[in-house]
Design a protein around this ligand. Sequence first.
Ligand code: CUA
Length: 318
Amino acid sequence: MPGAAPAAELSNIFAPAGAPADAIRTISLLVLAITGVIFLLVGGLLAYSCVRYRSRPGDDDREPPQVYGSNPVELAWTLVPILIVFVLITTTTRTTYEIQAAPPPPDAVHVRVIGHQWWWEFQYPDLGVVTANELHVPARVATYLTLESADVAHSFWIPRLAGKTDVIPNRRNEMWLAPWEPGTYLGQCAEYCGTQHAHMLLRVIAHSPEEFQGWVVSQRQPAATDPRVASGRQIFEATACVSCHTVHGTDASGTFGPDLTHLMSRETLGAGVAPNGTATLKAWVADPNKLKPGVLMPAMQLSEPELDQVVAYLTTLR
Ligand code: CUA
């Protein structure tokens, strides 16, 4: 399973897995190299001067030679920093422009990303798919994202694929990513957005283009209807679940929380707070606040048998 690799490896900023992140790493290394040389030079000279010109016995009554108004020295320490800043500005601007101005290729996948406290909504308007927290994309094909917020400022960041983009209320930002290889890439909200900011995790699952088509087909299926869990479905439809969640083909058409039509196709729950499975799902529905303190989903105060029936129903939503 892709989640088995350590999280640090799946979000390492120095291990780009797509074009924008690769360009960002190159420019970062250049900036680090230039500033590193400056640091060593200034730090080295400082250390050398501290040692070489430290006060010695007998120095008290004399001053070192004083230098005033040396034009060559003044010119050198004005022009050299200006040149360095000029190099940094032009290279950084060029990289930023090259990433931002890249037009979407005709086969690009378009996704509308909506940041919520504290989860991510992904809509694929051309494909008729809506999902949450786990963004599925084809590898080697560009995916263009438009980012909006339903509430406060968030920031969308998948370190191995692209730079951070702020997600701001009443504004549309854009970015793109194009993983070189299929795999799982982790990210997170990178702008403090309230109590559970740290549990607003992101996962990008890149498939081969054929596999991605298969994923789209399965996501477009209506929700499973299994007569064995009809009682759980009735309880689900009779509680306030339906005013926040959507399950296609049922009365549930809320949009405040994640679309649950294919809930069990997701690896995690609660925007990455726990792996998705019967036990964690039960704990989550029983009292989401235990797993994610401050979460906006309330406990539905279901009895134990009702809880089991609702969870049994939810686990059929593959
Ligand atoms: Cu959303 Cu931090």
